[in-house]
Design a protein around this ligand. Structure first.
Ligand code: HEC
Ligand code: HEC
Length: 160
């Protein structure tokens, strides 16, 4: 009697555990957490849509295609191995992502947001303007009298 009671209990516990596992599995599909294999700077629970929007944004900001940062599959199959770290550009991009996040968090977090990771004042495009390596700043031609630089450096920066 005691034994069968014990069996009953473990059956119920087992059923409960199985249900919980199933629930966790389906939740995983909805929320997409952990579907990407090799995120080191972006949030682990980022949704597929958000990740792809970000990646499209990198393409536009730098004027490149996905293959600028991502290596082709090494097994000869077509397509890219997005999780691979084989291209140095991907590593550089990680550095740039962290830098951009820090600028926003530290220098534009005026309201002391509780989600500083969502502040987006400075973006890749702010500097890159559609180029892989942002070109040096060239001051636009200034009106003879209004040019700030001609006020500070009258000889050196006299507009032509
Ligand atoms: C400027 C460089 C750059 C470009 C261009 C770029 N990516 Fe990425 N991508 C990254 C970096 C960096 C990561 C890793 C982020 C991290 O470590 O958190 C990444 C991660 C990913 C991942 C997640 C892989 C995994 O499982 O860990 C996918 C998928 C992906 N990129 C797809 C794309 C697609 C599709 C494009 C083109 C539309 C693209 N990327 C363009 C830099 C780039
Ligand atoms: C504050 C300005 C600034 C911001 C913001 C910025 N970058 Fe850059 N990035 C640069 C500069 C400048 C270089 C060139 C560095 C060099 O040549 O040594 C560069 C270089 C790079 C390179 C290397 C290019 C190459 O030819 O190998 C990648 C990749 C890159 N940035 C990705 C990004 C991504 C992705 C973002 C947004 C998450 C971003 N950058 C945001 C200024 C910026």
């Amino acid at each position: 009697m005691i034994l069968s009671q014990h069996k009953k209990t473990s059956f119920v516990v087992g059923l409960f555990a199985a249900g919980l596992l199933l629930l966790m599995a389906s939740y995983r599909n909805i929320g997409d957490p952990g579907q990407f294999k090799n995120l080191k700077v972006l949030p682990q629970d980022i949704s597929k849509d958000s990740l792809h929007d970000l990646m499209d944004g990198y393409n536009e900001a730098l004027g490149v295609k996905c293959g600028f940062c991502h290596a082709p599959k090494s097994n000869g199959e077509r397509g890219m191995d997005f999780a691979s770290d084989a291209k140095k550009e991907k590593g550089f991009a990680r550095h740039m992502i962290t830098m951009t996040q820090n600028i926003n968090k530290n220098d534009f977090n005026f309201a002391n947001s509780s989600r500083p990771d969502t502040i987006n004042v400075v973006t890749c495009g702010t500097c890159h303007r559609g180029e892989k390596e942002p070109s040096a700043f060239v001051a636009p031609e200034k009106d003879e009298k209004k040019g700030v630089s001609s006020m500070v450096y009258p000889n050196k920066f006299e507009p032509k």
